[in-house]
Design a protein around this ligand. Sequence first.
Ligand code: SF4
Ligand code: SF4
Length: 434
Amino acid sequence: METHLADWLEGTPDGEDAGLNLRRCVHCGFCLATCPTYQLLGDELDSPRGRIYLMKQVAEGAAPSASTLAHLDRCLTCRNCETTCPSGVEYGHLVDVGRKLVEARVERPLGQRLLRALLRETLTRRWLFDPAMRLGQWLRPLLPAGLRDKVPPRRAPGPWPARTHARKVLILNGCTQPAMMPAIDAATARVLDRLGIQTLVEPRSGCCGAIRHHLADTEGALAQVRRNIDAWVPHLDRGVEAIVMNASGCGAMVKEYAHLLRDDPHYAPKALRIVAATRDLAEWLPAQLAGSIATLRAHIGADAVREAVAPPATAGGRAAPPRIAFHPPCTLQHGQRIRGEVERLLAALGVPPLPVAEAHLCCGSAGTYSILQRDLSLQLRARKLAALQAGGPALILSANIGCLAHLQAGTATPVRHWIEWLDEAMESASPRNV
Ligand code: SF4
Ligand code: SF4
């Protein structure tokens, strides 16, 4: 659509992002059908097209209002609309700019400012969040229900492999995941160890920057991005073959590093290297496992893991299909455009996931959204759990810490990262080596 950027925005990197994507939008409205907030609220201004219209006004120089801010706040940044859009609108880049512009011009009420500052400053600092989460897990039975939802029960991570290997990969020294579910990183390291790959965690790296980025703290996020790049580049120089992401939200963020630093002459080339080396576990591991699939499949058919997820044999003696449901996070399927990899891997291992309706829709977690927009988040979770549980799964698998904790808080059905399931399956199939 025709767009005339305000003078102060024209010619800037944000102006390029905004102008490109505003002009790409032809207002066709295809994206409305897949937008979770439009489905819940039925208000055009809570749809991608409506939000694009609001952002266009601001980019052209109109003063945003508290209402503009509220409509952008209600966006999950799930990027479902990007997947649907036939015109190639990069809504994620556009809303990043829109939020930055609106946040700078509309003052939030004090309560909102304090809550956002609390989330920004605590979630991203391991030295603060780790002990807070441990204390919360210890006191979990005494916590009020709303807070208990945010504190998953602790699962023992199990041993970290002691062996070293010539093949090495880095994983993120993340912020919330190691505190909430350390079992995910440990399971990743054990699976890779069995494949002859050593998992490294660089202590000078930390939060990927997504939490600050989505709270419109651009400079704070970029400081974390540059710190991670400085910590990881020496490992790439020494031959580490990939930076493997086992939280799809972090993977989507790290893959944006080159875009975020495109105008920083010192960091832009390094950021390109980081992005080129970054792989989500879901897109990288299947190729590493290729030689082990047949052995694993043979063992999984009879082992305890299979029994844990499969219903008893039917009266006719034939085993009923296994009951696993997989939830592909938005950051995997829309943010990184990785679709079907985990599902195909599970099927190759003999445990095809159950069909799930509306698999493209967000579960309502969306980083800090589940705290800042609790009502909408809970409505989306109820809808997602109804779809996931329609086939009666004994286990729900997913690929992002936020989705895992959010979904688990709403159901008694176990919710795990798929790598934890694979770790248990490999351990059952052949301890230590497949
Ligand atoms: S589908 Fe794309 S082009 Fe159509 S209204 Fe939505 S964002 Fe604009
Ligand atoms: S990112 Fe998600 S919630 Fe936001 S406008 Fe797009 S589809 Fe709707």
